[in-house]
Design a protein around this ligand. Structure first.
Ligand code: ATP
Length: 347
């Protein structure tokens, strides 16, 4: 089912939790809603679910105007961060719950429900655990059961609100990869809320970056990472360096350092470059900015240098690929650096 939101707005007293949000989700897409705390992710998910009424705007599920439909009429599947399994029911009963509680006319018979539960237990790779109770499961297993329960009703759209947020880091990474494979199998239209940019970039077909109830950017993970639409998105997605300088004649220079870089800003006398740590290169004297090595850290696959450039507010981070014979410049030594790829924003 495809989904279309038009100018959806929701206010709480003096806070615009959602401010004219437009969003189109194609059938079968997995979309991540990404943003810091308070950016409106949960509000948006709850509005789509029908748990919360927007103040204005319109929402279409396919061709159907769903704006005023109830939660039940929308037939959405929902999974929250904290396991909401029914403690007194077995895993199988939990998964069957949505089908069993349908009005009689639309309720499948017992054999069909049992078959569906078996199918879903297979899909979540817990075929033997149908008769267990939630307290006999690990956190990750509980969330997989919660997902099976949400899928049991063949939802129009699956809504996941930080479903792995309460799990430890390693289980989280395993489960998000598993969820991606599951999604490829089921083709279920899915919206996934997270404040973790790594999770969003790894998991989603498209990422929606929210800020103060507004969409800052919508794009594929590659677009969001490689072409952030604003300084906010650049900063939020991955590590960011900033280099301040003066502009003249379409070039940026940094006081007294002879660095000249083309920038597409003609009306400003000052500009700020945004640069990823792997997009800064070590160059010869006279080809870039002199920088003092403050520290270096060697991780498995990379070396990160922290550098001080005179006149810049923040130290720069530069990543080098840690090949076996790579030589790490010593702390205190002087190097020369040059941004290889960078972005400049006019806001
Ligand atoms: N019931 C409420 N009453 C008043 N203000 C609210 C209410 N629910 C949310 N808000 C406000 O609306 C804004 C958006 O909140 P929302 O929960 O959607 O953000 P979020 O991005 O999901 O944050 P988090 O990651 O912390 O869950 C915030 O400023 C929040 O304080």
């Amino acid at each position: 089912m495809d989904l279309h939101l038009k100018a959806i707005a929701k206010r709480y007293a003096n806070v615009a939790a959602l401010d004219a949000v437009d969003l189109d989700v194609a059938s079968g897409e997995l979309v991540a809603l990404l943003g810091p705390s308070g950016s409106g992710k949960t509000t948006l998910l709850r509005v789509i679910a029908g748990l919360l009424q927007p103040d204005s705007g319109q929402m279409l599920f396919g061709q159907t105007d769903a704006t005023r439909l109830s939660l039940r009429e929308r037939n959405v599947g929902f999974v929250f961060q904290h396991y909401a399994l029914f403690k007194h029911m077995t895993v199988a009963e939990n998964i069957a719950f949505g089908l069993r509680s349908r009005p009689r006319a639309r309720r499948p018979d017992k054999a069909a429900i049992a078959a569906r539960v078996r199918e879903l237990l297979g899909l979540i790779q817990l075929p033997e655990l149908g008769s267990r109770y939630p307290e006999q499961l690990s956190g990750g297993q509980k969330q997989r059961v919660a997902l099976a329960r949400a899928l049991a009703i063949d939802p129009t759209v699956l809504l996941l609100d930080e479903p792995f947020g309460a799990l430890d880091a390693k289980v989280r990474v395993e489960l998000r990869r598993w969820l991606r494979r599951l999604h490829d199998q089921t083709g279920q239209t899915t919206l996934f809320v997270t404040h973790d940019q790594e999770e969003a970039l790894e998991l989603a077909d498209r990422v929606v970056v929210l800020k103060d109830g507004r969409i800052e950017q919508i794009g594929t993970p590659d677009e969001i990472y490689s072409a952030p639409a604003s300084a906010y998105v650049f900063d939020f997605i991955g590590r960011a360096n900033v280099i301040d300088g003066q502009t003249e004649g379409g070039e940026l220079s940094v006081d007294g350092h002879g660095l000249r870089l083309p920038v597409d800003l003609h009306s400003r006398s000052r500009a700020r470059l945004y640069v990823r740590p792997h997009d800064i290169g070590l160059v010869g004297e006279g080809e870039g900015l002199p920088a003092r090595v403050l520290s270096s850290h060697r991780l498995a696959e990379r070396i990160t240098l922290e550098l001080n450039v005179e006149g810049q507010a923040r130290p720069l981070e530069l990543d080098l690929v840690a090949t076996p014979d790579a030589v790490t410049p010593a702390s205190g030594s002087l190097v020369h650096v040059r941004p290889l790829r960078y972005r400049v924003y006019s806001d």
